[in-house]
Design a protein around this ligand. Structure first.
Ligand code: GLN
Length: 491
């Protein structure tokens, strides 16, 4: 630590942790500071629910444990959760009217694991409805504003998480990534975020969108902070998530400090072609050259099926969503239409009123591709190509240790910019979908500013279970540059 910034919100998780452990600041003071800050920045639309009493109670417990002297590094650290994770102390809406006012009888595993490590929950963060979107504009509770330019989107679907970290309303947040929802908002808001290998983090208590893709991960300002949070979030959960990997919890900070000398960075030619804005390309190129100057070797690799990732994902994800969302029927959860004639009409009215347009669109697409006569032509075919996309990555990893490229083709667009064109949102996912379909760990770190002085992220993709190396590759960049320290001008 070089110097301690005067304001708590300018600290990293690691720095605040040091102050808490040495009792230079209490968890209660810190929680109060961040609660006040969240309230004074309510115009960003990042928070959907807060519960001051619950937050302060958690902070008091953290202080008691810190006083005993054997607390872990997350003890007393204020965080907030994407509103996709169910929580007992806060309302969980998944950004949908369907779950307005819903209170879960239990905490999601990821939430419980972070709480067990002493993290203090400040509240729930806005997101696209059921995590379907790329701009946070599909939330039933209004859009989130990008703190770098409040006329622009923060990205999505974890837009509230990215905006809250970028605006320093919290030092770290949870997000979820099905097809890019951690990486793309991290890129748009100039913060760092990682999606681990599929199955690393338990999906228990994550409101399901597309179960074979959904994965939780942290968002923070630095890779070092992400490593701390990710270590707490991951680990097997065999009784509650059958796809949870049977690999022991890992300390993802263990490789921070390894040299990059000799590291082979694969750059997929398909990620740098037409469709990539020149300002993003320029920032990515400078970042790659920075890696070269640090001893890494750039190698050209090919992911030939990249262009098929969009149609494949937009068959598989809606198919799974249409099945997952059948549970919202006005009987078991949340909203029920006030007026109806009979049972079928109750279902119809409830779902017509409770779901937003994008969710309805996906339920219709998903139902169609799963229906008799179309299943083989669409769903099965998409699954076959998904396997081929995963195989292409394995070919590429014969030539390189990590893959690097852009996260999104553009910087954050203007709010409302895609509102009449859902396809524009889908197309913007081109570079994040392949790694999601393959279940690979992947992250975004800020590496520059593009047009309109908006942040640009670099995507790093690793082979299965190589999160530690991935985080170190990002960490070394952040040791050598200061893009992760930049912040929006007007805060
Ligand atoms: N933008 C993608 C979608 O709308 C990804 C969303 C996500 O990762 N949750 O499906």
């Amino acid at each position: 630590m070089t110097s301690i910034p005067s304001e708590l919100h300018d600290l990293t998780v690691t720095q605040l942790s040091n102050l808490l452990q040495t009792r230079q600041v209490s968890a209660l003071e810190s929680a109060q500071h961040f609660l006040d800050r969240a309230q004074s920045h309510a115009h960003l639309g990042a928070f959907l629910d807060m519960n001051t009493e619950a937050t302060l109670a958690q902070a008091r417990v953290a202080d008691a444990r810190l006083a005993c002297g054997n607390a872990g590094p997350l003890e007393g650290i204020p965080i907030a959760h994407k509103d996709i994770f169910v929580t007992q102390n806060f309302v969980t809406t998944a950004g949908s009217k369907m779950l307005a006012g819903y209170r879960s009888p239990f905490d999601a595993t990821v939430v419980a694991r972070l709480a067990a490590q002493g993290a203090v929950t400040l509240g729930k963060l806005n997101c696209d409805e059921f995590a379907m979107g790329s701009g946070n504009e599909n939330s039933a509770y209004g859009p989130v504003k990008n703190p770098w330019d409040v006329t622009r989107t923060p990205g999505g679907s974890s837009g509230g998480s990215a905006a809250a970290v970028a605006a320093r309303l919290i030092l770290a947040a949870t997000g979820t990534d099905t097809g890019g929802s951690i990486r793309q908002p991290a890129s748009f808001c100039g913060v760092t975020g990682i999606k681990p290998t599929y199955g690393r983090a338990s999906r228990y208590g994550m409101v399901a969108f597309a179960s074979s893709l959904d994965q939780a991960g942290p968002m923070a300002r630095t890779a070092q902070d992400c490593a701390l949070l990710l270590s707490a979030m991951c680990g097997p959960d065999p009784d509650r998530d059958s796809t949870s990997l049977d690999v022991p919890p890992e300390d993802f900070s263990q490789s921070l400090g390894d040299t990059l000398s000799g590291l082979r960075i694969g750059v997929p030619t398909e990620f740098l072609g037409a469709g990539l804005d020149l300002d993003v390309r320029a920032a990515v190129d400078v970042a790659l050259r920075q890696y070269e100057s640090m001893g890494a070797k750039l190698v050209s690799v090919s992911l030939p099926l990249t262009r098929l990732a969009i149609p494949v994902y937009y068959v598989i994800a809606p198919a799974e969503a249409s099945s997952n969302l059948s549970r919202f029927d006005g009987v078991k959860f949340g909203y029920r239409a006030p007026d109806y004639q009979d049972l079928n009409d109750m279902y119809r009215q409830t779902r017509a009123q409770g779901f937003g347009n994008e969710v309805k669109r996906r339920i219709m697409i998903g139902t169609y591709v799963l229906s008799h006569g179309y299943y083989d032509a669409y769903y099965l075919k998409a699954q076959q190509i998904r396997r081929m996309i995963a195989d292409d990555f394995q070919q590429a990893f014969k030539l390189c240790d990590v893959i690097a490229g852009p996260v999104a083709p553009t910087v954050a667009w203007k709010l409302g910019g895609h509102s009449h064109d859902p396809l524009a949102d889908y197309l913007a996912d081109i570079f994040t979908l392949p790694a999601s379909l393959a279940g690979l760990p992947c992250m975004s770190l800020p590496v520059g500013l593009g047009s309109a002085d908006m942040p640009v992220g670099l995507q790093l993709i690793g082979n299965y279970l190589t999160e530690s190396r991935l985080l170190n590759v990002a960490h070394q960049f952040q040791q050598a540059t200061d893009w992760h320290q930049r912040q929006p001008a007007r805060l």
